[in-house]
Each structure stands twice: as structure tokens, then as C-alpha cells.
Design a protein around this ligand. Structure first.
Ligand code: NAD
Length: 480
């Protein structure tokens, strides 16, 4: 078994913490990927010192030089997508085609941010004072802390690393512990592309390691993606020490099937959003709201389509649903199903039967007749479980969709322009889709949740440049 190593100041060394972690292939529990130590506070101190030491050097490079490295790293990542897809599937169970696609996307994200080197970093202002040249300029913040979850091992890291680096910052990156070799592979792509030592420092670890980063006075900004309770605690903690935080968090995303919808399209969108990645996307469809007039036809079609989905080995091309990521997620999703059944629900399909032994497999599960205030309709499940809620029209659908603490992504399926426009105007979330799945993003659009789904600047797109930079206004008197 290869050893898991941090990369600090370009040097690879095993983490030195007392806590250990066993990374296991969720599709085959006999396949132990790594058994390794988390990073200690001393490791974090070293990583922060390395990032701070590298900052003046990296900031001193021209944007074009920084871009060249990101461009190259993106190309290396793309060229390795087939090989690294296999690794990702083994480490966290994402079906192979989805894993390969994610890595290609991650490479393009690095290149998208590289292209920012050619765009303005400030503006010229008219001064009210004579003979004063007045202009603004973005400046990097320094060494930043990046904390990422397991469900997108490459792309989420890249949409933090890309904007952080192109603007001249350096970073300490702590990924989720499930996929240590994916994380190392991403760092390797950056180093092979010519990234100087210490510009991104990889530290393996869990919650305590993350907390040491969050509390570190040497990191003026923290960008986090993960669950809502952790993100909210991080935002409070970083704000308390007067740092800058940006948190993308959980969701309880809903797809509303309007009476005008093409039902076949609605079923496809519900299946894509609800069950791809075994429902483990922050934007996964967890609630499907359906107008009563079409409820029985839609539900029958949805259950029939879900019955055809192939659950199994995520490395097989025919597999639609692989395992959930780990024992914790397996127990949590099953508890949600148990609680729904204790509440009197019987799944229309799926449920608690263990469909495949030897892995964390959960059958795609649908509950019908769910009411808006039940835990099934309120809490993030993060697994292949969809709740169907009957509603009477658009107004009720919007009220129900807005009636959770989350606000990440919503979809309306409709052929009615008025309904689509009203939906887009009144829904309380950061991502709105019409006749598209709740899941799915494009890198040049801002991506961020409202309410309990996001705090601070949205990610992706160019809005995030605000997070990674300070503004400086420069007034230059050239009168003689
Ligand atoms: P998590 O909150 O448990 O962990 C996320 C990361 O934070 C991991 O690296 C983890 O080790 C670290 N961490 C955990 N506790 C910490 C603490 N106290 N201090 C600092 N760091 C800590 O989330 P997860 O289970 O890894 O990921 C699933 C969650 O992420 C879901 O809620 C999902 O909706 C959310 N998510 C959100 C987005 C988004 O962009 N909105 C994207 C992907 C995932």
C-alpha cells in the first residue's frame, strides 16, 4: 500500500498527527486504500509557514506566468482524466463516467481562471482633484485556507485553487480524507506544471485538522465547502478572529413538475438530479413537487424508470448508481429511510433491503405522499432518496420549496412561460433551472447558496475574485 503524504513547501512527508484514518473502497469493503495518520497542529503550522514564505515570490510573478502554470496543470489533469477517474471511483465510489467527466471539468476550471490573466485588475477613475491620476487595483490577500468535501474530489478543489492562485495568493489545502491519492494526484499535476514550492500545500486530515486551519492566524481567508453546520461554525469562527470566510454548504433541492410539463422530460430530470452520484451532490434533487392533476401519471412513470436503473459496481460502464461514500453516510441515509417508515411511509421503490453485499449500496428509494414539514422534506439526506410531494399549483409549490432552511438549487419543469418566469423570480435560492436538472453547473456562472446553503461570496464565475483580493485605490498627483 503506498503511503499517504502531505506536500509542504514542495516536500512530501507523512502526516504526524495522533488520529488515524482508514480509507476504504465503498464498493468493496475488503479493498483498503490507505491507513494513515492525520496532520498534527505542527504540520499545519509548517504548511502555513510555507504558504506565507511562498507568497511574495508567487505574488511577484506576472499574472501571465501564473496563468501559464494553471493552463498547463489543467492540460495535465485533462490528459490524465481516464487514469484518475479509475482512482476516484475506487476511492469514493463515483461511477466511472461521472468521475472522468468531473476531472475534465476540473482541468477546464483551472484554465478558465488562467484566462483571467488577460483581463483588467482594476479601473481608472475620474478624480475631482486636478492633475491626479486615480485608479484601482486588486491585490491578493496572502496565504488562504481551502477546505473541501469528498463528493467532488477534483472540481471543488480546482474552483478554489484556480481563483486563489491566479490572483496571486498561496494556499493550504485540506481535502476530505476519503480520497488521499486523488488529492495527491491533483497536487502532482500542479507541481508538474511548474508551480513553485509552497504555493499550494496539501495537508491530509479530518475535522480537527480543518479546525486548526480555520483558527490559524496566519491565514487571513478561509474558503470551505461542506455541510451546513460545519460551514456555519467556520463562518462564525473566522469572522470572530476578523478573518474573511466563504462557505458553500448543504441543500434540500426541489424539482417542481408543473401541470404543463412534458412528463417524460420531468421524469428524466428527476432521475438525473435525484440519483446520479447516488444523490450525493449538494445540488441533488431531494424533493419532487408535482401538481395533483398529473401526480399519479408522473409517479407511475418515475417509479418505472427508477426500477430500470442499474445499481452496482461503479467501475462498470452500465452502472447508474454506485455506493454511498462511507459507513457514516450509509448509516445516515438508512436512518432517514427508517424514520420515514416509522412515520408511516412505505417506499414506492427501494427501501432498507441491502441490495448488494460487501459495499455501501443503497437501492434508489422513492417515498410518495410526503408533506412539507416532515423530516423527509426538510432535512438534507445526501443519498439516493427522493420524496414526492403533491401540490396544488405554482404558488403552493414556490411556498413549499422556499419553506426549508436551505436555498441552493431549484427546478421547474414546464412549458408555460408565465409559470417559468414567476418561479425564477420568487424562488429563494442561488441556482434556478427551467427544464434542466437541479444538479449541474457551468464554471463561468456564479454558484452559491442562499440561507443555510451559502455564506459569503458565491464561487465559480468571476464574483469569487472579490473574495480572494483586496481593492486598493491609488491617487497620483502629477502636477508640477
Ligand atoms: P463536512 O462538512 O463533514 O466536511 C467537509 C470538509 O470539512 C472536509 O474536508 C472535513 O474534513 C472538513 N471538516 C469537518 N469538520 C470540520 C470542522 N469542524 N472544522 C473544519 N473543517 C471541518 O461535509 P462532507 O460530509 O465532507 O460533505 C458533504 C456536505 O457537503 C453536504 O452537506 C453537501 O451538501 C455539501 N456540499 C456543498 C457543496 C456546495 O457547493 N454548496 C458542494 C459539495 C458538497
Amino acid at each position: 500500500m503506498p503511503s499517504v503524504r502531505n506536500t509542504i513547501a514542495g516536500r512530501h512527508a507523512e502526516p504526524t498527527g495522533a488520529e488515524r484514518f482508514r480509507a476504504i473502497n465503498p464498493a468493496n469493503l475488503d479493498d483498503v486504500i490507505a491507513d494513515y495518520a492525520f496532520s498534527s497542529p505542527a504540520d499545519i503550522d509548517r504548511a502555513v509557514a510555507a504558504a506565507r514564505h511562498a507568497f511574495p515570490v508567487w505574488r511577484g510573478r506576472t499574472a501571465a506566468q501564473r496563468a501559464e502554470i494553471l493552463m498547463q496543470a489543467g492540460a495535465i489533469l485533462q490528459s490524465r482524466s481516464a487514469e484518475l477517474g479509475v482512482l476516484m471511483t475506487r476511492e469514493m465510489g463515483k461511477p466511472l463516467a461521472e468521475a472522468v467527466a468531473e476531472i475534465g471539468y476540473a482541468g477546464r476550471v483551472l484554465q478558465f481562471y488562467a484566462s483571467e490573466a488577460q483581463r483588467p485588475i482594476g479601473e481608472v477613475l475620474a478624480s475631482g482633484r486636478p492633475d491626479v491620476h486615480y485608479y484601482t487595483q486588486r491585490e491578493p490577500i496572502g496565504a488562504v485556507g481551502l477546505i473541501t468535501p469528498w463528493n467532488f474530489p477534483f472540481s471543488i478543489a480546482c474552483w478554489k485553487i484556480g481563483p486563489a492562485l491566479i490572483t496571486g495568493n498561496t494556499a493550504v489545502w485540506k481535502p476530505a480524507p476519503h480520497h488521499p491519492f486523488c488529492s495527491q494526484a491533483l497536487l502532482d499535476c500542479l507541481l508538474r506544471a511548474g508551480m513553485p514550492e509552497g504555493v499550494v500545500n496539501l495537508v491530509h486530515g479530518g475535522a480537527e485538522t480543518g479546525a486548526a486551519i480555520v483558527g490559524h492566524a496566519g491565514l487571513p481567508a478561509i474558503s470551505f465547502t461542506g455541510s451546513t453546520p460545519v460551514g456555519q461554525a467556520i463562518f462564525r469562527s473566522v469572522s470572530h478572529r476578523l478573518g474573511r470566510a466563504q462557505c458553500e454548504m448543504g441543500g434540500k433541492n426541489g424539482l417542481y413538475v408543473h401541470r404543463s410539463a412534458d412528463l417524460s422530460r420531468a421524469v428524466t430530470l428527476a432521475v438525473e438530479g435525484g440519483f446520479r452520484s447516488a444523490g450525493q451532490k449538494c445540488t441533488a434533487t431531494s424533493r419532487v413537487l408535482v401538481d395533483r392533476a398529473i401526480l399519479s401519471d408522473f409517479t407511475e412513470m418515475l417509479v418505472a424508470r427508477v426500477a430500470e436503473l442499474k445499481l452496482g459496481d461503479p467501475s462498470h460502464a452500465a452502472t447508474f448508481i454506485g455506493p454511498v461514500v462511507d459507513d457514516r453516510q450509509f448509516a445516515k441515509v438508512r436512518q432517514h429511510i427508517e424514520a420515514a417508515m416509522a412515520h408511516g411511509h412505505r417506499p414506492a421503490i427501494g427501501g432498507l433491503d441491502k441490495p448488494i453485499p460487501g459495499g455501501y449500496f443503497i437501492a434508489p428509494t422513492i417515498f410518495t405522499g410526503v408533506t412539507p414539514d416532515e423530516p423527509l422534506a426538510q432535512e438534507e439526506i445526501f443519498g439516493p432518496v427522493v420524496a414526492v410531494l403533491p401540490v396544488d399549483g405554482l404558488t403552493e409549490a414556490i411556498a413549499v420549496l422556499n419553506g426549508t432552511p436551505y436555498g441552493l438549487s431549484s427546478t421547474i419543469v414546464t412549458n408555460d412561460l408565465v409559470a417559468a418566469q414567476r418561479f425564477a423570480r420568487d424562488i429563494e435560492c442561488g441556482v434556478v433551472n427551467v427544464n434542466l436538472p437541479t444538479a449541474g453547473v457551468e464554471m463561468h456562472a456564479p454558484f452559491g447558496g442562499w440561507k443555510g446553503s451559502g455564506l459569503g461570496q458565491p464561487e465559480q464565475g468571476l464574483k469569487i475574485m472579490e473574495f480572494y483580493t483586496h481593492w486598493r485605490s491609488i491617487a497620483m498627483n502629477f502636477s508640477s
